[in-house]
Design a protein around this ligand. Structure first.
Ligand code: NAD
Length: 522
């Protein structure tokens, strides 16, 4: 266990004050303290935006969007490429602030930095081809020229949570920028400084300041104002808030991608490599102290492997080093807040009261910091317990033996969520076949979550209560565009030529339609 924390040593208050000045807010704005979860103490302040400030930000973004969209897409992509380089160059400073604001372990902060680099590289490389004009089949070959044009939405509202304050702030903005949009962004008010640092790096890379506006404040008022001014919304957060946002946007017929919660299952089939599965399960369950949307909270293991899996998994879980260190010496950091500790404690206590057993962990660790909690493994979790039915969003996982593949699939699917799933097997084809039966927008075979998340060419997102729309891949860029269909008709129109009766025209058309089908034209 490591406890060598010193937030003040790693952050420079003057730099943070300068960052805080970039929030769109009036000089007399109310200010709130930024708390370091490692210590529970304030280390900075940020001003809060009002609903009027959000309007100001949206107006400025709208003005800036025109000039930004008029630039060649290759120029926008070049700026995003420079963001990639700067984020890698300045990773130490970025990781310090990410850790100070979120209390995560250094390795989880590095995962964010690597993910931003992947997102930037993909967006810079593939953005221009994703949004270019595309020729489509016209009505009359040779006479109708059909063109699909992709236009930016205009002002995109990005609302992001606290758990991955860097990557969930910037990675959903980059495709919006490459497509020619401006962004009004509301990060969680507890992790606004990380978003501001990301923005300052983007500006250093060449992004015009006005193109990325950051407002600060709560979800109900400031978040709602962002929703009300946006031409499209990219929301990452809870299912509860996602539903409210969708309903509100429905009134204006404005679209959104909603990346919401999950109750993700890992299925260990009877032909799996137990050692690899148990090793990977540790990262799948306890990365970011389980405060990860794609984190595994339920593990179903084929009966034949159950004992071996549990024994190896528990050995590794008990070895995890908890601590508040700004280096790579800790495996797991703290939870974000007292509210997170309360939820995790409620889930564990409820499960135990109703008959579950704690196999590892189970306790808060106030000796390490106010909101630390042990990685916890439960057995005997059944429907009707909070830990079975609700997203814990903390370091708690339930393990259960299953007799057949069908049972594993049925149990994995027994939730309204459908975000991530992990399947372990010695046979890749079997893994993909099981994936097709799982109610999950993302499935990792022989991995926990990182293979699919990190493959940025793959569109990812949730089914059911886990959301709408996709981030990453071409789809993740095109969500920020409007399709315009343009058809250019040459020579003469779609009417009978002069002198031809409609009878004859209909006859000619009928024969042409039959001929087209015969030659296989779509
Ligand atoms: P949350 O919904 O409370 O807050 C997320 C963001 O939305 C914050 O910036 C918040 O201020 C804002 N917000 C809240 N209510 C709003 C409203 N009515 N209108 C507009 N904005 C509003 O979520 P949280 O509890 O802080 O974050 C954890 C949740 O996020 C978990 O459920 C987790 O699974 C989910 N999450 C999902 C993904 C994903 O990619 N699917 C990623 C990370 C987190």
């Amino acid at each position: 266990m490591t406890t060598d924390v010193s937030v003040d040593d790693v952050v420079d208050r003057r730099v943070l004050d300068r960052l805080a000045d970039r929030v769109v807010a009036t000089p007399r704005a109310e200010r709130i303290e930024v708390i370091a979860p490692f210590t529970g103490r304030a280390f900075a302040e940020i001003p809060l935006s009002t609903v009027d400030d959000v309007r100001t930000a949206a107006d400025a973004a709208r003005d800036a969007a025109h000039g930004w969209a008029a630039r060649p897409v290759t120029e926008r992509a070049r700026i995003i490429g420079r963001i990639h380089d700067l984020v890698l160059d300045r990773q130490s400073e970025i990781a310090d602030l990410v850790q100070a604001e979120s209390g995560k372990a250094r390795r989880d902060a590095f995962e964010e930095i690597a993910d931003v680099a992947l997102a930037a590289r993909y967006t810079a490389a593939r953005g221009p081809s994703a949004v270019r004009d595309r020729r489509r089949l016209g009505l009359i070959p040779g006479l109708t020229r059909a063109l699909e044009i992709r236009r930016p939405k205009g002002v995109v509202g990005v609302i992001s949570p606290w758990n991955y304050p860097l990557t969930l702030a910037i990675s959903d903005c980059l495709p919006a920028f490459v497509a020619g949009n401006a962004v009004v962004h509301k990060p969680d008010s507890r992790t606004t400084l990380t978003a501001l640092l990301a923005r300052s790096i983007a500006v250093e890379a060449g992004l015009p300041e006005e193109v990325w506006q950051i407002v600060a404040g709560d979800g109900e008022t400031v978040g709602t104002a962002v929703v009300d001014h946006a031409d499209y919304v990219s929301f990452t957060g809870s299912t509860r808030a996602g539903r409210k946002i969708a309903a509100r946007l429905g009134e204006r017929l404005v679209g959104a991608s909603l990346e919401l919660g999950g109750k993700n299952a890992m299925v260990v089939l009877d032909d799996a490599d137990v050692d690899r599965a148990a090793e990977s399960a540790v990262r799948a369950c306890f990365s970011n102290a389980g405060q990860l949307c794609v984190s595994v909270e339920r593990i179903y293991v084929a009966s034949a492997l159950h004992e071996a899996f549990v024994s190896r998994f528990l050995d590794r879980v008990r070895d995890l080093r908890l601590g508040a260190s700004f280096d790579y010496s800790s495996d797991m950091g703290t939870l974000m807040s007292q509210a997170q500790v309360d939820k995790v404690t409620a889930h564990v206590q409820d499960a135990v009261t109703k008959g579950a057993t704690v196999l590892a962990g189970g306790q808060p660790r106030p000796d390490l910091g106010p909101w630390f909690h042990e990685p916890t493994v439960l057995e005997g979790v059944r429907p009707g317990m909070l830990a079975a039915d609700d997203e814990t969003f903390g370091p708690v996982v339930a393990v259960q033996a299953v007799s057949t593949e069908d049972d594993a699939v049925e149990l994995a699917n027994a939730t309204p969520y459908g975000l991530n799933a992990s399947v372990w097997t010695g046979d890749h084809r079997r893994g993909v076949a099981v994936a097709r039966r799982l109610h999950a927008g993302i499935v990792n075979v022989n991995e926990g979550y990182a293979a699919a998340w990190g493959s940025h060419d793959l569109p990812i997102g949730g089914l059911g209560a886990s959301g709408l729309g996709r981030r990453h891949g071409r789809e993740g860029i095109l969500r920020y565009t409007e399709t315009q269909a343009v058809a250019v008709q040459r020579l003469h129109g779609i009417t009978p030529p002069p002198g031809l009766t409609y009878d004859t025209f209909a006859d000619v058309m009928t024969r042409s339609l039959r001929a087209m089908r015969k030659i296989g034209r779509p």
